[in-house]
Design a protein around this ligand. Sequence first.
Ligand code: OOG
Ligand code: NI
Length: 455
Amino acid sequence: MTTFADPNDIRARFCRAMSEMYRQEVPLYGDLVDLVETTNAAAIAADPALRTRLEATDGLERISEERHGAIRLGTAEELHTMCRLFVVMGMHPVGYYDLSVAGIPVHSTAFRPVDADALKHSPFRVFTSLLRSELISDPELRAEAEAILADRDIFTPLARQLIDKHEAEGGLSLEDAERFIEEALETFRWHADARVSASTYQRLHDAHRLVADVVSFRGPHINHLTPRTLDIDQVQADMPARGITPKAVIEGPPPRQCPVLLRQTSFKALEEEIAFAGDDTRGKHTARFGEIEQRGIALTRKGRALYDELLDRARGLAQPKADGSNAGDYMRALSDVFRPLPDDYAQLRDQGMAFFHYSPTGKPLDNRTGVTIDELIASGHVRFDPIVYEDFLPVSAAGIFQSNLGDNAAADRLAHSNQAAFEAALGRPVKDEFALYGDIEQKSLANTRAALGLA
Ligand code: OOG
Ligand code: NI
């Protein structure tokens, strides 16, 4: 019997291979990673409690490793096959993000590990968008774009074979897994030679910069990678001194004692030289950038509804401008407006706003009848720790897209969301993020009760 490679290992190694490749392709990204590593080391050195916590939960070794990347696909078939490819690495589609509300003609999901062990092994995920070609308003251009896309195969023949083999046999041998990583990586590689002529590129670009990015090339080049930072405000502040131009504001919630959800910021996409098909004209394309993220606790539907409401209110007070001129006003509005969301884990728990992982403290329990979890916490038998948010935020994602597509990208609402069409392309429903966090929480409760000898 052959032993199959562990999908968690395949994912971790794929993530490292992709990081290597992207640093070579986009040297400025390597500079960002250096800055993140320096800042993380300083944050750990300055805070012994943080150090102890990270040692216990994450290990210090891989703190600054990439937590996510993003790609943009052109067709339903590409999305379907990409889903099968990610499943080989233990990544499953979670959530539906409609970016058309922000004037961006795509909808998206996140391919990611779902259970607690897999997340711990390697949390790497890929924010994956599908072009909604129906939102290209000129019917002739739409037909042309669809024909161009129908005529490419973004996967290597061997990658396709290995995906089939994985499905047929239920896994890949260590050797096949090695080859799979190399072949899968090819799909994410940058190609500076466009498949379209300069004039086609221009027409696609005029429809939407994103349309040109999706349609013009041989594959869905990885457009950014995102390491984890322990101090996003510091990295944002230090970017310019390293010759890195950050986007105007950090997306997501304000800085807090008890961080919630996801904060993220990026550097502006680079202008890169490309060659067009058919003649020897050259042009410029902006698509690729670097991003950083800092995650906090996952919110329940109730907590999330409050988050959405508060974010809306803050953006009503100070819509962040692309040139950064009102960044200070926006950050102040954000901090003011977010006061109703308790900045305290116990209160977040009492109010049912967030998800927690429960565990026994080790204190022996003698009275074994009718004890509730709240009583066990009060008596010091059970502790609760935040469950980290593993997903994305649509308003933040729109901000990241916009800052990297040129900040004057249209912001009008384009269309209604169409989750059904997305799932039809994918070939399966996306998983519900709230249900996944709820499961992790419930399992930890059951394990805790069992460990304490309670039914
Ligand atoms: C994806 C942008 C969204 C995030 O972190 O929210 C994203 C893209 O630009 O393709 O990666
Ligand atoms: Ni991102």
